[in-house]
Write a protein that binds this ligand. Structure first.
Ligand code: SF4
Ligand code: SF4
Length: 324
């Protein structure tokens, strides 16, 4: 084996599932440790930011950044890791596209603070205190990171070399990336690690190209036939707008347990906007006579349905204030 590599892991605005996915490598994590020293992984070991800042030049071979950028601490760490790493990987769908935290982009910071710290039924805040970035108590000044107005994917803050999507990233894709790093066979910079095609292309369910549906059902409204395409049965499935890769050749993790795909792998190559692609796919299987008001009745939460994982990286991106 040649010189040992240095790996770093960081979590920003995230649920922690991406770090758990790394541990899902199980005994293969020992093979990672054989080739690399982990020089920073604050969720797993007691590293301090000064440990990271002390690494000179581009002393880290690969940094895995999971989570979206919600506050100034996430942004600072993205910049520090970018400066010190030869390869920076957006790890998981939040880092790649904004993810679930990105759904907050329909509200600005002030609205979020007002609702969370003043208006929810469980809030007790008689002094109307809101988070602040700095507070002086006696002679001590306490500081907190600045909470930004909107959530951003990692590539809106720094240059990203590779993307490993998934909520969380599938273990096989993580392993594929680590193997490629180990033998120095990574694809061209900017690539997504994973198949280029959609989930529909590996799905085993039967499709009838001629079917036109007139009703959209929620998954709670019936038991889907496990042999037939969800869309053909009237259940929205984001397979046509979602990158394959969550279950290799087996057809998709959620599909295998009779649940429609919700799109967590993000869009395939060549698709800029996952939600727009899905809306277009849905339109192509529906009878055209359905009035718009009926559609809004049938699809209760269009933003959560079509942009659950990708709002900050979509064309919509965030809620725009109407000018006065
Ligand atoms: S829409 Fe869903 S169920 Fe239908 S073919 Fe695509 S992935 Fe399979
Ligand atoms: S089927 Fe869809 S939502 Fe489920 S794990 Fe795969 S990509 Fe994610």
């Amino acid at each position: 084996m040649g010189e040992r590599l240095k790996f770093a892991f960081y979590w920003a605005s995230t649920c922690g599932g991406c770090d758990v996915a790394m541990l899902d490598l199980a005994e293969r994590i020992l093979e990672v440790i054989e080739i690399a020293d982990i020089v920073f992984w604050p969720i797993a070991m007691d590293f301090k930011y000064k440990d990271l800042e002390a690494i000179g030049g581009r002393g880290i071979e690969v940094a895995f950044y999971n989570g979206s950028v919600r506050n100034s601490e996430h942004e600072h760490l993205a910049k520090v890791l970018r400066e010190r790493s030869k390869i920076l990987i957006a790890f998981g769908t939040c880092a790649c596209y904004g993810g679930i935290p990105g759904l907050a982009n329909i509200s600005e910071r002030d609205e979020i603070f007002r609702i969370v710290y003043r208006e929810t039924p469980s809030t007790v805040n008689p002094q109307n205190t809101l988070p602040t970035t700095s507070l002086k108590i006696d002679d001590v000044t306490l500081t907190l990171p600045e909470f930004f107005d909107f959530v951003k994917p990692l590539n809106m803050v720094v240059d990203v070399d590779y993307y490993i999507p998934g909520c969380p990233p599938p273990v096989e894709l993580i392993w594929q990336a680590i193997e490629a790093i180990r033998i120095n066979r990574l694809p061209p910079r900017g690539s997504v690690i994973g198949p280029r095609y959609t989930l529909c292309e590996v799905c085993k369910r039967k499709r009838d190209e001629k079917i036109k549906i007139k009703l959209i059902k929620g998954i709670q409204e019936g038991v889907p036939d496990p042999e037939i395409c969800f869309l053909d049965q009237g259940y929205i499935c984001l397979g046509p707008a979602t990158r394959a890769g969550c279950a290799g050749e087996e057809g998709g993790k959620c599909l295998n347990v009779n649940m429609p795909c919700r799109g967590c792998m993000g869009p395939p190559d060549e698709v800029e906007d996952q939600g727009a692609r899905m809306i277009s796919a849905l339109a192509s299987v529906m009878i055209p006579e359905i009035p718009p008001e009926k559609l809004t009745e049938m699809i209760k939460d269009p933003l959560g349905m079509f942009y659950r994982f990708t709002l900050p990286s979509s064309i919509l991106n965030k809620r725009m204030k109407r000018s006065e």
